[in-house]
Structures are given as C-alpha cells and as structure tokens.
Design a protein around this ligand. Sequence first.
Ligand code: F6P
Length: 500
Amino acid sequence: MSFPEIPADQSPEWSSLQSAAARIRHRIRDDGVLRHCDPAAVLAIEELGIELDGTRQWLDAAALDSLHAFARAQQLEARRDALLGGALVNHSERRAALHGALRSPKTASIVSGGQDVVPLVHATLARMRELADALHAGRLTGAGGTPITDIVNIGIGGSDLGPRLVCDALQDEAPDHLRVHFLSNVDGTGAARLMRKLRPAATLFIVSSKSFATRETRLNAKTLFAWCLASGLSASELQAQVFAVTARPAAAEEFGIAADNILPLWDWVGGRFSVWSAIGLPVALQLGYRKFEEMLAGAAAMDQHFAKAELEQNLPMRMALLAIWNGTVLNMPSHCAVAYDDRLRLFVDWLQQLEMESNGKGRTASGERLAYATSQVVWGGLGTNDQHAYFQLLREGTRETSIDLLCVQQPSHACAEHHVALLANARAQADALADRVGGRAGGNAVSVLSMKKFDPHMLGMLLSAFEHRTAMIGAALGINSFDQPGVELGKQMAAALEQA
Ligand code: F6P
C-alpha cells in the first residue's frame, strides 16, 4: 500500500494544535515556566532500558492529546506499517525504504518489488562475518602476508557518518592493534595525512559509495591507490586489499575493484540509513562481527518496539511528535542535541545528515509548496564541554530552542566521581536551560533521553529510534524523507567549474 503525502495544515487536527500552542504560550507568559507534571510526559521503556523525560517540554496533557489526535489523522501508524513492510514510501524515486530489513532476523520475510530482501541481507552479513573473522584470525593479510594494522574507509555522507560514529563510540571494545581511519573530504589534507602515516602493505581499503559516482570518494580512492602502487605494491596485491560497498557493482569493477571484493547495497537502502548494511563493514572489521551483530540486535529491538507499541507509549513516535510540536507548531528554528557521554561525540554529525537531508524540504512529493516550517536546524555536541561554549546563548539568547540531552546512567569505567559530576551537570542543565532566565519567559523546551547503560546493543537502539523519529516527522509533515534532490545542483555546478 502506498500513501500520498498529506500536508500537515490540511489535517482536521491542525487548528486544534494551533489553539493548544496559543494556550501554552499564554500560560508561559502568565505563569512563567510551564511544568508539565502529567506522568505521561515521562516515557519509560523498561524492557529496553531507555527513558524519555519530557517534563521540561512546553506541553501539557491536553496538548499531548492533540498531538496524538494529529498523528492519527495523519495515519502515522499505518504509514509506519507501510514503511516497515516494504511499501514504496519514496515516491519520487519509486522505492521502498527498507533499512529495517537490514536488521531483521533470518526467519523474517520482507517483500519489496516482488523479491524477499531478507536472504540478500543475510548473505551479505555472512560475507561481512567471513571477512571480519578472517581479519581477526590473521588469515586476511596484506601483501606478502603482512598483518593488517590499519583500515581506511573512503566514503562521504551516509557512506561515512554512520560507521565513523559507531567505530568512535565503541572504540574501547576494539583490539589495540587495529586502527580505522575515515577519509571523506575532497580536501587533499586528509589523503596527505594518511599517506604520511600508513604502510600500504598493512592497510585494507574500503571504498564505500552507494552510487559509486561521488567525486570526493573516487578522487580519494584514486589518490591513495596511486600512492600504494608508487610505494611498491603490485596491482594484484593492491586489488586484494581493496573492498567496495556499492549498489553499482559494475562501476566499482570498472574502477578496478575485484568482483569478489564488492559487497552489495540496494536501492531500497538510503545512504543516511545505511550503517546496518555492508556500509558498516569498518565496524565489523574493527570490532569483530559479534559486536556488529549486537548493534543490529539493538536496532531490531527498537524496530519491534516501534512496530508494536501503542502510539501513546511509542518512543520514536513521541520523539517525532515533540519535534513537530517544537519545530512546526511552536516554530522553534533549531534543535540542539547534546550528548553527556564522550562516546556519542559524533552523534550530532550523524543526526544532522539523517534529519536535515531527510526533512529539509519545502514541498510534498507531488510538488505542492508547504506553508509551514519543516526540519529544524540540527546542531549540538558534547556535555560538559559545550557548557563552556554556546550554552550562554541557550540560557540567555533571544531564540527559543528545543533541546535533547542524552545521558547514560551506568558508567563503563571506574572513575565514579567523574560520572557523578557528569550526570549532575546534565541534570542541572536540563533545569537551567528550561527555566525562565532574566525575564525571558519560557526558556527552552528540553527533553532528557536517558539510557541505562551503553553498549553496541544500546547504540543500535538509539540510532534506530532516531531513524524512525525522522521518518515519522516526514510522514506527519507530508514530506518524502527518502530522497535528496536539493544536493544535486551543487554537485553539478562544482563539476562544471572543475572542468572550466
Ligand atoms: O550528497 C548527498 C549524498 O547523496 C548522500 O545522500 C549520500 O549519503 C552521500 O551523498 C554519498 O553518496 P554515495 O554513497 O553514493 O557516494
């Protein structure tokens, strides 16, 4: 079943959202800070060990009810089912968006375009496991049996941000002798730095590009491969050390990559949703396949919750509705995500592409211009560092901002005093950022997303929850979240200038 995008302001519930917003703004103006003490503002998903505390949002029980009514009018549950079931939700490109299938169990069956995609997914996972196992057992080596010490992922956008985030977040679980590098920018500085420190015979290269047409990726690969050859690797030795992940295998072969070393991707996986596919190969290679699998299992657990939980108890749905409330109804221009955990220091980079490339659009797929705000500008970083940078603006600046503070309850280290200080800061900032300051009514709309502990499973749940949040924001706002026509013009103009 396929759904047309319905503009949010054509919903029968749109006017009730507008009056709820006006009422809330009056309450804030008259009473100062709005404290929503309704227990429903805290969504605790006990079985997943994750809780969203929305008690510092500009929301009361009646406004939350209006949001739920709006979600029903926009058929969000049916749209979720269509997304997970393989319907053609990407209308402009006539594709499904089946990233959920990438973490589905072997026993599942998800049919898209007349084909069950689950066997394809599991055949690729098996290949990833083979490679990771061979590397960790010392069977996958460089030229002349040289042990591999370095892995270079060459890719950009979705072919970079997901695996870069995960490898960084889980680096404590990786063996010391394997380093992973991410080369994305076309600026030659990155390639030059790598060429200064790598030994070609001890390095594996992964060229990750869904289209295999991306200028940055092709140029970086060309430069590094030319350097390897000039440093003494033979063409066949180099070929054995290069892998590609792509939905265009013919283009990768034409580039010189051995057919056996090409792992598939499919049109129904969007780049920014692709870390679960072979795009995650650097994760599996660095951490070992088991950790990658744990991350997939975490994502699958969140998928199950998303698929089954009632609208009112559904975490990704709640996150999406809060984003619509803050960004579209209350018109807050930006959303700041601050992780109170060093392991999530790259989270916001990943989230920026996920949310803004997906929902930074002003038209429905059928071309109708939208008369309301769509994606917020997403930014943020790391607590407590950023308290000493832009938090001044959040506290006393002139713009209202919605804020997510992410924290982990149990530390994974023995520095207990640090963790107490870290969580005290997160808690203090949640209150401080939400409060009225210096006569400014309202402060910011703050959520605290709290995870019991942090491991590959939790990371999988977290990323999956945000993926679903993004898809449901788009579905509610009448946007196709799965294409990115706006990035093409810049590529064409740069290509023309390069040739001029
Ligand atoms: O420029 C946008 C984009 O198309 C992203 O959507 C994508 O993740 C990135 O470029 C990289 O594309 P590819 O994987 O095809 O090289």
